[in-house]
Every structure is written in structure tokens, then in C-alpha cells.
Write a protein that binds this ligand. Structure first.
Ligand code: XLS
Ligand code: CA
Ligand code: CA
Length: 437
């Protein structure tokens, strides 16, 4: 059965096209800096927002329906697979990401849930081999169910820790089975509301123990993908432990896990942490820990996770600027962890949303590549830091001068005048590259 019969395959038609169901900038096979656009961008569909979200918010339930949904949960899960693969094929999206609960319904108990998963995984596998579509990452939902009220691996209840581990074990098994290129840990309930009832030291130790077990299990089953941690500062808890990239990197180093994990950076989570998206990517890049990206956008006027489709060319340009400097994302990709608005109630809206996101990243890629080729900011930054190439700078960096030597230097030479940081000029050059590319 064809679920999106109104829409044919989305193709590249160029910037002048007025066809809303065509790419204006995403030209999958076009080569930029030695790689095709689709290799650079590795777009992925998020199973949850695109195929299970029905428009609900804190003030109201579903605002739309999917015509493959029925009262029979397993039948719905099966039809959802066919609808999802039809959608990805038509969108030319080559990857998907999923939580266990997105693909199969929870059963009465863990054994029944696992059986449901196995049944649906077999169907997904056959659709993957029919279409060539791949799994970017899998994860588990250890936050939605009531048992996670006090956390999952950070729960005060050790039986909840055990259940969390069992759920992750199964999600890692099926991610491996589907050839997933990564496995993600987002600590949905791993945080706290008040220190009046929380032992943060014990909770953080338990989180680290769980992650260490996941590393051991990965080795045991021969899972070749990358393990990723996704930071988020708040929501659902007031204070999430994996606050931002710097916090996660410090945590991994404290527990000796820094070589076993990379990070999955979500744009909206950067906004919630009051960082730019580029800042979070940069922190990962300079620490060799940039793994993958959840490509969305937040709303600067709202304090919560709106998960909108990315349509801001400045954000995507500067994100791709970091990603290119990182030499790409390796096993990672750009996952649209984004949902259409509550008022976007037609199924066609899913196509418009993904087209907008893919085109915005494609243009960002093009601009970022040109900025790097022309060394616009690189040359400026080099000259800004040129005093570090003097004998003084070299001695400081090599550790061959101490406080007394520096005092002698300062007494004899004083300070040379500073030069302008030229921020406004650089911002206007950035605009010029965005407009004229
Ligand atoms: C929620 C997170 C979540 C993770 C996967 O805010 O973005 O969707 O990406 O569990
Ligand atoms: Ca995310
Ligand atoms: Ca989010």
C-alpha cells in the first residue's frame, strides 16, 4: 500500500524552482570538497517525531492522525515501518534513528516487549535490504514509563537500575542486528529536582557504572558502532546531569570513559544551555569527541525544547563549518530530531519540513566549504594570535619560562598595543558569503 500517494520522489530542481516538493539546494550527488553532499550530510529521519508524534502538547492531545494507525498496536507498528520506509525513499533520506518504544509497543512485561521488538525488527531489516536505507543509531526510552520517576540508572531504586540495564542491553542488541552505526545515551530522567532528597555523588557513580557496563557489553557482542552521549541541560528534570558538552566531557574523563564515548550534539539542547550550536560542536571538536548531530532548532524566546526543523542559515553554516573542520562526523550524521508544529496537520507537512531542513543544511555546507577554502576566518585568527609565534609565546607554550622570567620580561618590555578583533567586519563578510554563494 502506498501511504503518501500525493507525493512522488523529491528531486533537486535548483534555487529558482517554485515547486514546494523539490530540493532547491540539496543536490545529493554534487561534489563539494571531494565528497558528495549526501556523504557530507548523512541525513537521518527520527522515527519518533516523524512517525509517532501526533501533535500533542501540555495543553491538548493529538491534533492529527496517521492513516496507518489502528487500535491494534502491533498492526500499527508493522504498517508504520512500511510508511516510514516509503517516506524515507521519497525524501532520499538514507538513514533513520529510533528508540525501542518507537518501533514496537511495550508488552505486559519485559519478555513480551522484547518479543514485540524482535517481530518488528525483522520487518525493518527486510525493508532495509529492499531500499538500502541504513540505521544511524538506536537508543532506549528509559524516561517515559512511571518506573523511571526517580531516574533510570540514577534511580534511588536499584531494581530500576537493573531494568534500565536490561532495556539498554536489548536496544543495543537490536541496534547491532540492524547494522546501526552508533548507539545513543540521552539521560532523559538522569537528573534531579531538589538536593533536599538527592545523593548526587551516588547517582553520578551509578550512571558511570551503567555506561561502563554498556562498554563491556558492546565489546562482548562485537558491536562496531560508536557509543554517543547526548547532552541536555534541563527538561524533563530541572537539572540534567549531562548538562552540556563541557560537563559531559569532564564526567567521561573523571570516570576514565573518554575513549569509549563521543557526543551527539543537538542544536535545541545547546540553546537550552544558553550556548550556540556552534559552541557545543566546537567544544566536542577540539576534544576529539564530536560524534553525531541532532539537527533541529529551538526558539530563542521559549525556554523549552521545541524541536523545530532547522531553517536558520546562520546556524547551519556555522555548524557545517565546525563539522568540516572536524573532517566530517565519521560514523555520525545529521538526524532530524524535529517535529512539525501542532498546527501542521497534513501528512504533506512532513515532506515540506524535511525539505526545508535538508536545503538549509545543504546551503550551509556550501557556504562553510567556501569559507574554509578561502581561509576567511582562518587567516584572520592566525594573524590575531601571531604574538604566540614570537620567542616569548613559544617559551610560554613550551614551559621554558616561569613566573620570574615573565616578570623580568614584563618589567623590561611592557605590553605591545592590542589590535582590533574586527567582529563586525567578520560578521559582514559572513553575510556576504551566505548571500553570494
Ligand atoms: C530529547 C532528546 C531525545 C534523544 C533520544 O530531548 O532529544 O529525543 O535524542 O532519546
Ligand atoms: Ca535529541
Ligand atoms: Ca530535543
Amino acid at each position: 500500500m502506498e501511504y503518501f500517494s500525493n507525493v512522488k520522489r523529491i528531486n533537486y530542481e535548483g534555487a529558482k524552482s517554485t515547486n514546494p516538493l523539490a530540493f532547491k539546494f540539496y543536490n545529493p550527488d554534487e561534489v563539494i570538497m571531494g565528497k558528495t553532499m549526501k556523504e557530507h550530510l548523512k541525513f537521518s529521519m527520527a522515527y519518533w517525531h516523524t512517525f509517532t508524534y501526533l501533535g500533542g502538547d501540555q495543553f491538548g492531545g493529538a491534533s492529527k492522525s496517521h492513516h496507518w494507525d489502528s487500535d491494534n498496536k502491533m498492526a500499527t507498528a508493522k504498517e508504520r515501518v512500511y510508511a516510514a520506509f516509503e517516506f524515507m525513499e521519497k525524501m532520499q533520506i538514507e538513514y533513520f534513528c529510533f528508540h525501542d518504544v518507537d518501533i514496537a509497543p511495550r508488552g505486559e512485561n519485559l519478555a513480551e516487549t522484547n518479543k514485540n521488538l524482535d517481530e518488528i525488527v525483522a520487518i525493518i531489516k527486510s525493508e532495509m535490504s529492499r531500499t538500502g536505507i541504513k540505521c544511524l543509531w538506536g537508543t532506549t526510552n528509559a524516561f517515559g514509563d512511571a518506573k523511571f520517576v526517580h531516574g533510570a540508572s540514577t534511580s534511588c531504586n536499584s531494581t530500576v537500575f537493573a531494568y534500565t540495564a536490561a532495556q539498554i542491553k536489548k536496544a543495543m542488541d537490536i541496534t547491532k542486528e540492524l547494522g546501526g552505526e552508533n548507539y545513543v545515551f540521552w539521560g532523559g530522567r538522569e537528573g534531579y529536582e531538589t538536593l533536599l532528597n538527592t545523593d548526587t555523588e551516588a547517582e553520578l557513580n551509578h550512571l558511570a557504572i551503567l555506561l561502563k557496563m554498556a562498554v563491556d557489553y558492546k565489546k562482548k557482542i562485537g558491536f562496531k558502532g560508536t557509543l554517543l552521549i547526548e547532552p541536555k541541560p534541563k527538561e524533563p528534570t530541572k537539572h540534567q546531569y549531562d548538562f552540556d558538552a563541557a560537563t559531559v566531557i569532564g564526567f567521561l574523563r573523571k570516570y576514565g570513559l573518554e575513549n569509549d564515548f563521543k557526543l551527539n550534539i543537538e542544536a535545541n539542547h545547546a540553546t537550552l544551555a544558553q550556548h550556540t550550536f556552534q559552541h557545543e560542536l566546537n567544544m566536542c571538536r577540539i576534544n576529539g569527541m564530536l560524534g553525531s548531530v541532532d539537527a533541529n532548532i529551538g526558539d530563542s524566546m521559549l525556554g523549552w525544547d521545541t524541536d523545530q526543523f532547522p531553517t536558520n542559515i546562520y546556524d547551519t553554516t556555522l555548524a557545517m563549518y565546525e563539522i568540516l573542520q572536524n573532517g566530517g562526523l565519521g560514523s555520525g550524521g545529521l538526524n532530524f530530531d524535529a517535529k512539525v508544529r501542532r498546527g501542521s496537520i497534513d501528512e504533506d507537512d512532513l515532506f515540506y519540513a524535511h525539505i526545508a531542513g535538508m536545503d538549509t543544511f545543504a546551503w550551509g555546507l556550501r557556504v562553510a566549504a567556501k569559507l574554509l577554502e578561502d581561509k576567511v576566518f582562518i587567516d584572520f585568527i592566525d594573524s590575531k594570535y601571531e604574538s604566540w609565534k614570537s620567542d616569548l609565546g613559544i617559551n610560554i607554550e613550551n614551559g621554558t619560562i616561569d613566573f620570574e622570567g615573565l616578570e623580568r620580561y614584563a618589567l623590561e618590555n611592557g605590553v605591545t598595543p592590542n589590535k582590533s578583533g574586527r567582529q563586525e567586519l567578520l560578521e559582514s563578510i559572513l553575510n556576504q558569503y551566505i548571500y553570494n554563494n
